[in-house]
Design a protein around this ligand. Structure first.
Ligand SMILES: *[C@@H]1O[C@H](CO)[C@@H](O)[C@H](O)[C@H]1NC(C)=O
Ligand SMILES: *[C@@H]1O[C@H](CO)[C@@H](O)[C@H](O)[C@H]1NC(C)=O
Ligand SMILES: *[C@@H]1O[C@H](CO)[C@@H](O)[C@H](O)[C@H]1NC(C)=O
Ligand SMILES: [Ca+2]
Length: 580
């Protein structure tokens, strides 16, 4: 009898259920264009609170500021738009007065064209407390470019939207403007909806016995063995001899980046004397604990962070040394890493470019692809989603560099990816989302590579807001926090104190690990038909089933939850059999 009861087939039925939508929330529009188009799209959200967003009502709602004259024009195809000419100062142009409300989150977009050549154009909101940059684009002549951005405000009050360009010799054309307010609740519901869609799959599980009879009131113990979403934290060599640090780290993360230990100045402090011992030991540690490692970095364009001997090299010696460096580290760790940051911070700095020519970066990516063609080759840059005022690295500039590298002869098939460092001060969350929308249009992998928040009274709260935003964004493929521990203080943000007790930032990480189901273990009961139904985060799972008719728990059975687990089929049963 016991044997009969134990000889049991357990069946898990996985059914895709469509994620429920909250009826009261206006859906967020993640779309963005990075092409320069003959005609602009219709304004998102029908323009939101912008008056006359398509310019179909003459100049209604719009007025000039500064010395500019504004005109209503029409294309040969009948599209109407606004032209600001006679510009004499950067902010001269077309403008609209609006009223912004405290605690609302504003998604902004507009289509821009300039009268000749190319010029950077920024959308600015002048509020009672100052001027906020909502987003920027490099506009072109003869076609329309989409500017996507956003803002939130601290105080309710009147504001003025205008478009700024330092190049006063161009006319600025504007069309299809949109400003859509969202409540915080709506904004969070976009994140929840997105997570249900992209990170989770709704699963239906059924436990049945050997005869196929449902097992009601069975206990299923489910534990996640590996998360489908890579979420990690940087480490440094302090972890090698610190058991408390090791325990804290390995109980949380399966992804890491070495803070400095793979950098050129660390592995070749004096010319020709390479020393990979620390990086090797850290990689060994990571591999022992099943932790994947990002390779950081092959070359770094910041002149401040070169080994002393580099500065005195002639251009040809520098070139040879750089190629030797690339070949050395990439050959050593080829196939052992999940990413390479190849030319670090190339939008802000140009140590190698200034000495070896403007195309050297693209050429370095080509060499990198030659050594390791399988591992993604990242650009890695700061301020792209953090700071709308940093004209060097706004999304449109990032995409320009990406195009330059991919467009270099022989680079067409390279596995290029976008690394966003994400060193935040005060985050502008709608700008983060809009910037990711724009970057996503390049259709390459995007990672948040060095996330931290400057020390301030809201540090932990800001960290949580940013993590929620980037984790829920459909274009983000992984996140690494820049919190490698040092006894004298971390780079900008620690997650623990020196006894590896969580700081508030560490508590935020633990809360989100739980919420995102990373390493989660839980028990559920089947219903009267033997079913259990839930939305599970993507990953590898183990399940054990306990039932009153069973002598002992079924041994662990593994299953995977992925976005394609359920595919188009209504259900995909997984049969698990307890051995007799
Ligand atoms: C441009 O600005 C200067 C200084 O403000 C002013 O004197 C001049 O009249 C302006 N030009 C036009 C065309 O408005
Ligand atoms: C302004 O833009 C025009 C057209 O692209 C260009 O010829 C000119 O050099 C630019 N001026 C400045 C100061 O960048
Ligand atoms: C379900 O199982 C639990 C213990 O596993 C037991 O206490 C409970 O009475 C059972 N309920 C039913 C309805 O069988
Ligand atoms: Ca129009």
């Amino acid at each position: 009898m016991m044997k009969m009861a134990m000889s049991l087939i357990l069946m898990l039925l996985f059914t895709l259920l469509f994620a429920g939508f909250e009826a009261d929330a206006l859906t967020y529009d993640y779309s963005a264009s990075i092409e320069c188009l003959e005609n602009p799209w219709k304004p998102l959200y029908d323009g939101g609170i912008i008056v006359n967003p398509e310019l179909n009502l003459g100049l209604e709602g719009w007025h000039p500021i500064g010395d500019a004259k504004i005109e209503h024009k029409q294309s040969a195809l009948g599209n109407k738009f606004i032209v600001a000419r006679g510009r004499n100062q950067s902010f001269d142009g077309a403008s609209q007065k609006i009223y912004l409300k405290k605690n609302m989150i504003y998604a902004f977009s507009a289509w821009i064209q300039v009268s000749q050549g190319k010029a950077p154009v920024t959308a600015v909101f002048k509020t009672t407390t100052g001027a906020q940059h909502a987003g920027a684009v490099v506009a072109e002549s003869k076609c329309w470019s989409m500017l996507k951005g956003g803002l939130s405000v601290d105080e309710s009050g009147p504001a003025e939207l205008y478009f700024e360009s330092d190049n006063i010799s161009v006319d600025i054309w504007v069309d299809s403007i949109s400003l859509q307010p969202f409540t915080q609740k709506e904004w969070s519901s976009h994140q929840e909806q997105s997570i249900q869609k992209i990170r989770n799959t709704n699963m239906r599980v059924q436990a049945v016995d050997a005869e196929g009879n449902p097992l009601p009131n069975a206990t299923i113990s489910i534990s996640q063995k590996a998360s489908g979403f890579p979420f990690g934290c940087a480490i440094n060599k302090n972890i090698l001899n610190n058991q408390a640090y090791q325990n804290w780290f390995t109980s949380r993360f399966k992804v890491t980046t070495f803070e400095d230990e793979m950098k050129w100045y660390s592995t070749e402090p004096s010319q020709g004397r390479e020393d990979y011992s620390v990086a090797d030991a850290m990689l060994n540690f990571a591999q022992q604990h099943g932790v994947a490692v990002r390779g950081h970095n092959v070359l770094w364009e910041d002149p401040q962070y070169q080994a002393g001997w580099i500065y005195n090299l002639s251009p040809s010696d520098l070139y040879n040394a750089a190629v030797r460096r690339l070949t050395s580290i990439m050959t050593r760790y080829k196939g052992k890493l999940i990413a390479w940051d190849v030319v670090n911070e190339n939008l802000h700095f140009s140590f190698f470019e200034s000495k070896l020519g403007a195309t050297i970066s693209a050429y370095i990516y080509k060499l990198a692809g030659g050594v390791d063609s399988r591992t993604p080759l990242f650009l890695n840059e700061f301020n792209t989603i953090e700071d709308s005022r940093d004209g060097k690295s706004v999304p449109v500039k990032y995409l320009g560099k990406l195009r330059e590298i991919k467009g270099f002869r022989g680079n067409g098939d390279l596995n290029i990816a976008i690394g966003l460092e994400s060193h935040f001060g005060v985050p502008n969350i709608p700008y983060v989302r809009a910037s990711l929308d724009t970057l996503a249009a390049a259709k390459v992998p995007i990672w948040i590579t060095e996330l931290d928040v400057l020390s301030n009274p809201n540090q932990a709260q800001f960290l949580e807001q940013i993590l929620r935003e980037v984790h829920s964004h459909p274009a983000v493929n992984g996140i690494v926090i820049w919190g490698a521990w040092k006894p004298g203080g971390c780079y900008r943000m620690c997650l623990t104190d020196n006894n590896f007790k969580n700081l508030p930032t560490g508590d935020v990480v633990d809360k989100l690990l739980r919420e995102w189901g990373i390493n989660k273990a839980f028990e559920v009961s089947t219903d009267s038909e033997g079913f259990y139904e839930s939305s599970l985060p993507h990953g590898d799972y183990e399940a054990k089933i306990t039932h009153s008719t069973l002598f002992e728990s079924s041994p662990g059975h593994t299953f995977k939850v992925t976005s394609t687990s359920s595919s188009k089929q209504q259900s995909m049963p997984v049969v698990l059999q307890v051995p007799a």
